[in-house]
Write a protein that binds this ligand. Structure first.
Ligand code: PLP
Length: 451
């Protein structure tokens, strides 16, 4: 018997409308999850009126939290004026969004190709590079995420790629610096930086520089582990790319627009790439928007010759209005400084205290409003508390942790053996303290698995 949606069906036959949605990344089927109906600031509210603290900014995109009045007003005002416009027409709001983005961007990135997602931004950046230099291969780091379309999932350097990997995208992976799990046996960040750069140079030389079009790199590795590169690494990457004629694409989809306590994460190293991809924080995800910031030499390559690609909704007026509202609000409220202070004074020390108190915490690392807590079976061996891709019984410690967070009305982003801590950049100190206290309680559930 088919099941019915709506009020006329018998109670046991009513299908939860959530079952009609095909959910990304997970097995389909009924889910035990709250249905959210509202929110404000760092909180979301479910259909039963229960209030949750959003300690993940969703998928690390709601940088200004929920229902920020400046963004909501900007979208409403644009909706009243002009809801939609093809990319071929000039739009005042699209131009204003581009102007504000270029103003805060690293030097030399003077133009914006708008997309509707981070994945598309990465696809277009790689395409631009290949069109410019005609080389086939692209370098990307292990422990990275760049999106889920064909090129971007092949660039991705973590297990999320495996199911889609056809091995045919011309991607070559290399190891980036990761002091906690060094691929180079380094003992200090300086050593890690030096060895990681030497390794990258070897990869370039042995692959053949004339075959490598671009290098795509998250300026701080986001969902694959929150790995902050040691000082000097990004500058070294920039130099290697320049020396070998490789287009340097900085993927700032997750870390751009304030997440690390700077407008862009490579501002910490004062580095400018040839192309920079962004999305998420540009407008806190209120309306889907991404883009590629384009440097002068690549821009010039397409001044006479048409750029042979596009998107129907490139630079959608409502999304651009949200970006204008968000960037103006970030400037007025000094959100970047707030994110830096949050990391230095609140999340950094708070998470360090949790590490000291819980034997299951192997490492705490991060910057600004982007942190991770890595959970291990043994602090000496650093064996992850659950293996990569664990499900069922093998994932019991992380499942217990997730449940303990839910019980404490805390929304977190759990990936493998890590919990990512990424609240809105403007979270209050009181809410941050509440979130840390909830994590404290939830970590006890993981400690219980250590024999
Ligand atoms: N690049 C990075 C660094 C990301 O973190 C993500 C998404 O999380 C993407 C690209 C893909 O962006 P989207 O999911 O908007 O397509």
């Amino acid at each position: 018997m088919s099941r019915t949606i709506g009020a006329t069906a018998a109670a046991e036959d009513v299908m939860d409308p959530d079952e009609l949605v095909f959910h990304p990344w997970v097995a389909q089927g009924p889910r035990q999850v709250p249905t959210f109906v509202g929110g404000a600031g760092s909180h979301l509210v479910d259909a039963d009126g229960r209030r949750y603290l959003d300690f993940s900014s969703q998928l690390v995109f709601a940088n200004l939290g929920h229902q920020h009045p400046r963004i909501v007003e900007a979208v409403k005002a644009q909706a009243d004026r002009l809801c939609t416009l093809a990319p071929s027409h000039a739009s005042d709001i699209r131009g204003e969004a581009a102007r504000l983005i270029v103003e805060v961007a690293p030097e030399g990135l003077g133009h914006v190709l708008f997309t509707t997602s981070g994945t598309e931004a990465v696809e277009h950046a790689v395409r631009m590079a290949r069109l410019c230099n005609g080389r086939p291969k692209v370098l990307a780091a292990y422990r990275s995420y760049h999106g889920s379309t064909t090129t971007s999932i092949h660039l991705t350097g973590d297990p999320r790629r495996w199911a889609s990997d056809t091995g045919a995208a011309g991607v070559v992976h290399f190891f980036g610096p990761f002091p906690y799990r060094s691929a180079f046996g380094s003992r200090t960040p300086e050593e890690e930086c030096e060895r990681a750069l030497a390794h990258l140079e070897q990869v370039i030389v042995l692959e053949g520089p004339s075959t490598i079009s671009a290098l795509v790199l998250e300026s701080v590795t986001g969902s694959s582990g929150v790995i902050v590169p040691p000082p000097g690494y990004l500058r070294g990457v920039r130099d290697l790319c320049t020396r070998h004629g490789i287009v340097y694409i900085a993927d700032e989809v997750l870390v751009g627009f304030g997440r690390t306590g700077a407008w862009f994460a490579l501002d910490h190293d004062d580095v400018a790439p040839d192309l920079l991809t962004f999305a998420k924080g540009v407008n806190s995800g209120y309306v889907p928007l991404g883009g590629v910031l384009v440097g002068e030499s690549i821009y010039r390559a397409f001044c006479e010759r048409p750029y042979p690609a596009g998107l129907t909704y490139s630079g959608h007026p409502l999304a651009c209005a949200a970006a204008v509202g968000a960037i103006r609000a970030m400037r007025e409220e000094d959100t970047i400084a707030a994110a830096a202070r949050l990391g230095d004074d609140v999340l950094g020390p708070g998470l360090a205290a949790l590490a000291a108190a819980h034997p299951s915490v192997g490492d705490v690392r991060g910057i600004g409003a982007l942190w991770t807590v890595e959970l291990v079976r043994d602090r000496e061996t650093r064996e992850p508390i659950v293996p990569a891709g664990a499900t069922g019984e093998a994932n019991a410690p992380m499942a217990a942790f997730a449940e303990a967070c839910r019980d404490r009305d805390l929304l977190t982003l759990i990936l493998g053996n890590r919990v990512h801590v990424a609240p809105p950049l403007n979270v209050s100190d009181t809410d941050a303290a509440t979130g840390l206290a909830a994590l404290d309680g939830a970590l006890a559930a993981v400690d219980a698995f250590l024999s």
